[in-house]
Each structure stands twice: as structure tokens, then as C-alpha cells.
Ligand binder design. Structure first.
Ligand SMILES: [Zn+2]
Length: 380
């Protein structure tokens, strides 16, 4: 009798253990599978980052490079999303360019997942959601990853106590997995430094006239609603900010500090001929003052604790019950990019860059982000 009871409890425990293994295994597998991007009619070629630095091939550092060639010649622009995979507006603005935009003059190169490894995990102890879902133009569901600010420790471990980046700046150890501290990269360096090196190689090989790194910042961070420009891109960024002001979109112009090494807006400009620019929108889901962290916070950007912080004068952006929804942040990036592209013909060699089908701030606000995404393809 005793014996039989043990047998039953052993069977039940084995079944429970199997259920746990299968569910977590499925979740783990899902986290290592890229979300779908559906290239639109403007994409003329899809390459990989390893085409510019072959050592990345077959690693999680490799990622898609979408090329949109215009019918007419013109300037070349490079847009990088997903440097920090916990900053969804940069990813989504880049994805909308790939899925919608059509270049008439010039060449657009888009990498939506700059640090692809960072999309395969979450920041520990932050309680972040793994995904956020949007409804595409045909009503189908499109799923995107909310990842980590840093490279997955599975790809790069352990962290040193102090990180000395390729330009010799000393940083805290965990920053060695931050793509935006690793420029200009090292061909024989860490995973993150090799990705940074590959992006530098892309900028140099493609002769990008302008290069934009799309980010978000927490509302209590001073560099926000801002365009940070390398000195080589100051005229372009100033004209862009003035254009946006006429559209009632406030973006500050910040100069890239000359001794803040490792960052895209500094090293892209120092180590190539490109005009290097970084853009920041306001994302409470990565902030320190936030309350419950879930998919709703990622999408609506509404948080009562941030409203209170704004009342106390602690924030660098306006913040009320409307919050900063994803459509406002993606619209801000897209309108900023459109203004920057328009002004290309007034700087450098004066080559034009003409792009169509980039939704404006007002359009994304009215229709939402999903409206500008292509239908999800059938997938197993
Ligand atoms: Zn960032």
C-alpha cells in the first residue's frame, strides 16, 4: 500500500517536472528566435552584417541589413535600431522604414536589430515583459521582443570589474556588453566589440553620408527628446531641429561630448566620414521610477508614478496621464528622420535624399504603430 502511494507521487512529480521543462524550454527557444520583419516594396536587397565583417557569420551578432535603393542617385543614409533592445521605439521606427518606405533618390540602409544578442534575453530583476504585440494593417498580430540593454551573457561572459573600451575609456564592468560603449569596435575583441566593428565597417564600406542611431531614454534622464550630433553633423542636426519645431515637435540639439568615447555619435564620426547622429525619445518602461512593468506600460507609456515625478519637477520631459505611448515615440523618430533626410541636400556634397511613405508624427499618433506594419506571414 505504502509502496503504491510512492509510485503515484513519483509519477505525478515526474509529470510536473516534464511540464516545467517543456514550457520553459519552449519559452527559451522562443526567446532565441527572431521576430518577423516583412520587407516592403522599397527593399531592393537584404544582406547580413557579416557581409561587412565575415567573422560574425553564424553568431548571434549577425543580423539583417535591409537596403532600399532609390531610382535616382543621391545621398546614402544609414539607420540603426535596436542598439538597446529595451528601447522599443528605435526598433519599431526602423522596422516601419523596412516595411513601408520607398526611396526615390539616394540609398537607405537599415539595421533594425543592432544588438541582436540583446533581444534574446531580459535585464535580470527588472520584471520586464518578454514581448509586446501590435495589430498589423490587416488585423493580424505582430509580435516584437522587449529585450535587454546589454548583450546576452550566453554570448559574452564573465564581465570584468572594469571595462576599458576600444578608445581607452574606463567604464564599469557591465558596460562591456553595451554596444553603445564599444565603438569603434575591435575585430578581435569581445562579441559586443565585434558587432561594433562590423557596424563601423558597414558605415565605411557603404560610404554612408549620414548615420542615425535610434534610442530611448527614461523620463528622468537629461538627454531626452534630443538629437545628439557629432560636430560633423551639427549643421544638419540644427536644421532638422528647426524643421521639427515648425511642426510643433520639440527636440533638443545636443553636442556630442568630445571625450565621451565608445558612443555611436562620437566614434562613427571620428572613425569614418559619416555625419553621426543619435536620437532619443521618452520610454518609461526602462526608467527607474516606474511602477508595474508590463506590456501595457511598453505600449501606453502611462504610469502614475511618473505623473507624480513630473509634478515634483523631477523629469526632463512633460508627463501627464497621457504618458508617452509607443505611437508618440515612434512618430517622433520617424518625423525626425524625415526632417533630417529632407535637409541632406543642404549639407556635405549637396546630394539629395528623397524618401516617401514614411508616416509622420501626426499620422502615427492617429493610426497607431501597427497600422504601418505588413500582415504577419504564416509561421509554424
Ligand atoms: Zn539607448
Amino acid at each position: 500500500m505504502q509502496h503504491g502511494r510512492h509510485k503515484w507521487s513519483a509519477l505525478i512529480l515526474t509529470a510536473l517536472a516534464a511540464a516545467v521543462v517543456l514550457t520553459t524550454g519552449a519559452q527559451f527557444r522562443q526567446m532565441h528566435r527572431d521576430e518577423v520583419i516583412v520587407p516592403g516594396p522599397g527593399v531592393t536587397q537584404t544582406r547580413m552584417l557579416s557581409d561587412y565583417f565575415p567573422a560574425l557569420a553564424g553568431t548571434t551578432g549577425d543580423t539583417e541589413v535591409y537596403i532600399l535603393d532609390g531610382e535616382e542617385p543621391g545621398a546614402t543614409a544609414f539607420v540603426l535600431g535596436g542598439t538597446h533592445p529595451n528601447e522599443p521605439s528605435g526598433l519599431m521606427a526602423a522596422v516601419i522604414l523596412v516595411e513601408r518606405a520607398q526611396v526615390k533618390a539616394g540609398r537607405l540602409i537599415v539595421v533594425p536589430r543592432g544588438n541582436r544578442s540583446g533581444f534574446t534575453h531580459n535585464d535580470p530583476q527588472e520584471g520586464s515583459p518578454q514581448y509586446f504585440r501590435l495589430t498589423a494593417s490587416d488585423g493580424s498580430a505582430r509580435t516584437f521582443r522587449f529585450g535587454s540593454r546589454a548583450t546576452n551573457p550566453l554570448d559574452q561572459w564573465p564581465d570584468p570589474d572594469t571595462y576599458i573600451n576600444p578608445s581607452g575609456q574606463k567604464l564599469s564592468g557591465s558596460e562591456n556588453r553595451n554596444l553603445n560603449r564599444a565603438y569603434p569596435g575591435r575585430p578581435d575583441g569581445t562579441h559586443t566589440e565585434r558587432v561594433a566593428y562590423a557596424i563601423m565597417e558597414l558605415i565605411r564600406e557603404e560610404n554612408a553620408d549620414v548615420s542615425v542611431d535610434l534610442h530611448e531614454a527614461s523620463p528622468e534622464y537629461p538627454v531626452i527628446h534630443a538629437i545628439v550630433a557629432h560636430e560633423g553633423a551639427e549643421d544638419l542636426a540644427a536644421m532638422t531641429v528647426m524643421d521639427l519645431d515648425m511642426e510643433d515637435i520639440r527636440m533638443r540639439l545636443e553636442k556630442s561630448p568630445p571625450t565621451f568615447y565608445g558612443l555611436s555619435h562620437r566614434e562613427w564620426g571620428d572613425y569614418s566620414d559619416t555625419m553621426a547622429v543619435l536620437m532619443e525619445t521618452a520610454n518609461p518602461s526602462q526608467g527607474r521610477l516606474r511602477g508595474r512593468t508590463d506590456e501595457a506600460l511598453v505600449l501606453t507609456g502611462q504610469d502614475a508614478l511618473y505623473v507624480r515625478a513630473a509634478e515634483l519637477g523631477r523629469l526632463y520631459v512633460p508627463y501627464d496621464d497621457e504618458g508617452h505611448p509607443l505611437e508618440e515615440r515612434v512618430g517622433r523618430h520617424l518625423s525626425s528622420l524625415a526632417a533630417l533626410f529632407r535637409n541632406m541636400e543642404f549639407v556635405g556634397d549637396g546630394e539629395p535624399f528623397v524618401i516617401e511613405e514614411v508616416p509622420s508624427f501626426d499620422e502615427v499618433m492617429a493610426n497607431g504603430v501597427g497600422y504601418y506594419l505588413n500582415p504577419a506571414p504564416a509561421r509554424d
